[in-house]
Design a protein around this ligand. Structure first.
Ligand SMILES: Cc1cc2nc3c(=O)[nH]c(=O)nc-3n(C[C@H](O)[C@H](O)[C@H](O)COP(=O)(O)O)c2cc1C
Length: 379
């Protein structure tokens, strides 16, 4: 399955508005606060502008540092239901930690959002990386076998969503009786499944389960290798997931203004304790493919975690590709990313409400002129 969310050649998902800090480890006072009404304004603007989907982050713990990024966050199933009711066309993902939520609960909750939105729900499956956010739930998270467990969870979920009679499940990780869900979702065979991961192990998991792999964009070369690897892996399962990547935008009328603003919030006002904690925790649960450097993406990930290379923008995540410049610069860069064979990327800004309107006004028409997007149908 491929090609969710319409015909635009390059698609966008607004990423991270449910969490304070969004996706930017910065202390800048105008950083994203995850105020509910501002979040609704961003979601409705994105909806009116034809943005394809909203993608929240599932978080139970902040990253520390002065700003304690992600310390404040809204839960994603309930957020998707609420934002779905306030919008008309945009896809609404939930992000589910498979170690916290049963497949039966997820099937029912996703189906609820899918009916409430007449077929706009999506499920982002995440297998977890930060042990500190599982301890409030009384769960110990390790990196070992998380994708094996996640795969069994997915099989149960997918079987339920196909309909059919009650079934029992006896696997390695789950022993369940009388499994069924009713009603079934509006979208068939089920709402799109996304897997968000970077490592080779994560790519194998995505190849087996996902309609969409959402992955880091460390560099254009790494992304190109990831697209090729995922396509090969998925072909062995008769599948062809779309690949989306992580992009962060700083778009201003002049290149100097854009570079100055990026320097201000992601260098001068960087909150380096947050990415440092992120790297430490991620290293604790590193996938075995990353430890052994199986893929280009694993090696890029390992290098970003060991702290040996000073990042150009310490106030941005290593996997988040900075796209900085005038509207024309932005579209030039997006054309290059599109040529890698990716379906789209994240819309991430320091402050979504302050920056998205200008981006939509200036970048979208330019993308339309280059055939990357089509104008939004009105009426
Ligand atoms: C685009 C993207 C979005 C992610 N969103 C979340 C999230 O919302 N919550 C979470 O705990 N992990 C999230 N992750 C982490 C992954 O789901 C995964 O558990 C972690 O990256 C370990 O994967 P690895 O095998 O690639 O190292 C995200 C990762 C990526 C690349």
């Amino acid at each position: 399955m491929a090609g969710y969310f319409g015909a635009n050649k390059y698609k966008f998902g607004v990423f991270g508005i449910n969490c304070a800090g969004g996706m930017t480890p910065s202390r800048a006072p105008e950083r994203w606060r995850a105020d509910w009404d501002e979040m609704v304004e961003v979601a409705t603007l994105a909806d009116r502008s034809g943005v394809e989907f909203l993608l929240p982050i599932a978080k139970w713990h902040g990253l520390g540092g002065e700003a304690d990024m992600w310390g404040r966050s809204f839960e994603t199933f309930t957020q998707a239901a609420a934002l779905g009711a306030l919008t008309k066309n945009i896809g609404v993902f939930v992000t589910a930690h498979v170690s916290l939520i049963t497949a039966a609960f997820a099937a029912k909750a996703i189906t609820t959002v899918d009916h409430a939105t007449h077929g706009r729900a999506g499920l982002n499956i995440v297998c977890g990386w930060n042990p500190d956010e599982f301890s409030p739930h009384g769960i110990t998270l390790t990196g070992e076998r998380r994708y094996d467990r996640g795969f069994e969870w997915y099989q149960i979920y997918a079987k339920m969503m196909e309909g059919g009679p009650k079934f029992d499940w006896k696997g390695e990780f789950f022993d369940l009786q009388g499994v069924i869900t009713d009603p079934l979702p509006v979208q068939k065979p089920r709402p799109p499944v996304m897997s968000a991961a970077q490592s080779g192990d994560g790519q194998i998991f995505a190849a087996r389960t996902a309609d969409i792999l959402f992955t880091a964009l460390q560099s254009l070369d790494v992304a190109s290798a990831t697209v090729a690897n995922l396509n090969n892996l998925a072909a062995t399962y008769g599948r062809k997931p779309d690949v989306y990547v992580e992009t962060q935008f700083v778009c201003k009328p002049t290149r100097k203004e854009a570079l100055d603003y990026a320097h201000y919030y992601a260098v001068e006002m960087a909150d380096p304790d947050a990415p440092a904690y992120f790297a430490r925790q991620k290293a604790r649960t590193m996938s075995s493919s990353t430890r052994t450097g199986d893929t280009v993406a694993d090696r890029a990930l390992a290098a970003s975690l060991d702290g040996s290379k000073a990042p150009r923008y310490p106030g941005m995540f290593a996997g988040m590709y900075p796209v900085i410049g005038t509207p024309d610069d932005i579209v030039d860069e997006l054309e290059k990313i599109s040529a890698l064979g990716v379906a789209g990327s994240t819309l991430v800004f320091l402050n979504y409400l302050q920056e998205l309107p200008y981006f939509v006004q200036e970048v979208f028409p330019r993308m339309e002129r280059r055939g990357l997007r089509a104008p939004v149908a009105t009426g």
